[in-house]
Design a protein around this ligand. Structure first.
Ligand SMILES: Nc1ncnc2c1ncn2[C@@H]1O[C@H](COP(=O)(O)O)[C@@H](OP(=O)(O)O)[C@H]1O
Ligand SMILES: [Mg+2]
Ligand SMILES: [Mg+2]
Ligand SMILES: [Mg+2]
Length: 363
């Protein structure tokens, strides 16, 4: 490959912008958690959305539009509720204006000052791409695990770049996870993520073919990163697995049955959001099981794109419950996939066998 083509395919700029954009948006969500009523609204599917979700989405899209004006964006939220509710709109607008990284050169990279509250609404609605298998498309989940965010549990600010339907860059900001990779899995705020000394959680990232990394989140420029890898497993019965806190998002009964058949005796760690993908990628846990609760639920690409790449680049395998790779080419949803099974490569096949036994026995 000619040098110029190699440089063009390394995604250095995309990764840098994505990391800084997620870091700035994560700061906004932290300030909402500490200083505000969350401004929770209920969406049409009865799930919650907060001023933090809207503000984080506006900030990330503004940064992407400044740097990559021709790219498409698939984002979870839309501005409709803000157009109808001036009080919530003004609160989000204030947050967006105030959210700045402390390092001016980092802010300069992100650029794209939002000019007015109305411009902010239009920016939020730029996340309405239909997605698909062609071209450059970013997927944004401004707060994944909104229920966890409201409870003071785990949540993640998630951003991924897909090119022709393949995830090339993935970033997860997890402000409530421990900074250090070797801390055990936690359901609540990590002991060393308390915001003292400016430490507040972790930023995971991966670029296709270049491995996965983690670094401490900061309020200014990026901190130094290091490579992360899934933990090698000798005996599957010694694995720890994580699953959703919300029983409505993943069948905890099926997970318990699968774990028991695998000989796993350690209870599951329940945590919200794509923090589960980051946690197994850094070796703090081994398996992530997401087992369908309702036959009609279709997973969304923004709930999985970044985590899928980060786990695969750390040495893992991510599939649905049938063992098929997640297909990000079909639009805003993963309509061909049911559930998610993420595990180290060497044991993934065995886990899928047992998943099929347990789920097959139900029908
Ligand atoms: N019935 C269901 N089954 C699976 N996932 C669901 C679901 N209803 C909502 N979700 C998704 O579950 C995500 C949270 O996952 P987790 O349980 O791993 O924390 C939510 O993301 P948001 O919080 O971004 O809306 C939402 O998209
Ligand atoms: Mg949501
Ligand atoms: Mg989500
Ligand atoms: Mg969300």
């Amino acid at each position: 490959m000619p040098l110029s083509a190699m440089a063009a395919s390394s995604y250095d700029k995309e990764l840098n912008v994505a990391l800084l954009a997620v870091q700035r948006a994560t700061l906004l969500t932290k300030s909402v958690f500490h200083n505000h009523a969350k401004g929770t609204l209920n969406k049409s599917d009865a799930s919650p959305v907060t001023i933090g979700d809207f503000g984080a989405q506006a900030l990330i899209i503004a940064a992407l539009q400044h740097n990559f004006p021709d790219d498409e964006i698939v984002a979870e939220e839309e501005a409709k509720d803000l157009r109808e509710n001036s009080h919530v709109r003004e609160t989000v607008w204030n947050l967006v204006q105030r959210a700045k990284l402390s390092d001016s050169s980092a802010e300069q990279v992100l650029g794209g000052e939002v000019e007015s509250a109305d411009a902010m609404l239009d920016i939020i609605d730029k996340g309405d791409s239909k997605g698909g298998s062609k071209g450059r498309i970013w997927a944004i989940d401004p707060i994944d695990g909104t229920k966890g965010f409201l409870r003071g549990g785990q949540y993640a600010v998630c951003l991924a770049l897909m090119v022709d339907g393949d995830v090339k860059v993935g970033v997860l900001g997890c402000p409530n996870l421990p900074v250090s990779d070797s801390q055990p899995l936690v359901e609540g705020i990590g002991a060393d993520a308390s915001d003292e000394e400016g430490k507040f959680g972790v930023l995971f990232s991966a670029v296709q073919g270049q491995g996965a990394e983690s670094r401490a989140l900061s309020k200014g420029s990026l901190t130094t990163s290091h490579a992360i890898n899934m933990k090698p497993i000798k005996d599957i019965s010694e694995a720890t697995f994580c699953e959703s806190v919300e029983a409505g998002h993943s069948s905890q009964g099926d997970a318990a049955a699968i774990a028991s058949k695998l000989g796993i005796t350690t209870p599951s760690v329940r945590m919200d959001s794509q923090a589960k993908y980051g946690s197994i990628a850094r070796g703090a846990g081994d398996l992530y099981l997401r087992l369908p609760v309702r036959a009609d639920y279709v997973e969304k690409i923004w709930d999985h794109a970044a985590g899928d790449l980060i786990v695969r680049e750390a040495g893992g395998m991510v599939t649905d419950v049938e063992g098929n790779r997640l297909n990000f080419r079909l639009g805003r949803t993963l309509r061909e996939n049911k559930g998610v099974i993420a595990a180290p490569r060497e044991v993934h096949g065995r886990v899928i066998e047992v998943v099929k036994e347990v789920l097959g026995a139900k029908v």
